[in-house]
Design a protein around this ligand. Structure first.
Ligand code: MN
Length: 168
């Protein structure tokens, strides 16, 4: 090989090496993005502290309108986060889209809920929902209206109540 061709060949190899490395990085980035993009919706804004305990977030999806007599939203509960006790005048449906958590009606044992579960909450039944102590939980909530009301907030789920559910 003469002295003119040698550097050009080196350059060619370097270009190939760089291209392969760039492709690998693209694949890595893509895999990482897919891993981080398992949530159907972004978390949205911090949920009101009067009605939620811990780190909860609400992403409103649809407001009540002339055809839909309900509000639709995605709610993210970080581990330990939950709603306070509350009721819905016309009930509520939860579709768990991620993680593990709890649904509890007053006076009954808490039910473990996980991704893919659907909870049909009757009207005027006092209850709470949220993440488990160790897992986050995301659910889509379909909350029916009676007139202009779709929820009555009551009092917080105490740490003692929450710990009792999580130690099972
Ligand atoms: Mn509810």
């Amino acid at each position: 090989m003469d002295n003119f061709k040698k550097p050009r060949l080196m350059l060619l190899f370097m270009c190939i090496a760089l291209t392969i490395s760039a492709c690998n990085n693209d694949k890595k980035t893509e895999a990482m993005q897919q891993e981080n993009n398992t949530s159907l919706f972004t978390k949205g804004d911090t949920a009101p502290k009067d009605w939620f305990t811990g780190d909860a977030f609400i992403h409103p999806l649809l407001a009540k309108d002339k055809n839909n007599d309900f509000a639709l939203g995605s709610v993210t509960f970080e581990p330990g986060a939950r709603t306070i006790w509350h009721t819905h005048p016309k009930g509520q449906v939860l579709i768990v889209s991620e993680g593990k958590g709890w649904y509890q009606e007053k006076g009954k044992p808490a039910q473990s809920i996980k991704k893919g579960d659907v909870v049909n909450i009757p009207e005027n039944v006092e209850h709470w929902h949220g993440a488990s102590a160790d897992n986050k939980m995301v659910h889509i909530a379909i909350t029916n209206y009676q007139g202009e009301e779709n929820v009555t907030w009551l009092k917080p789920v105490t740490d003692a109540e929450y710990d009792e559910v999580n130690k099972k």
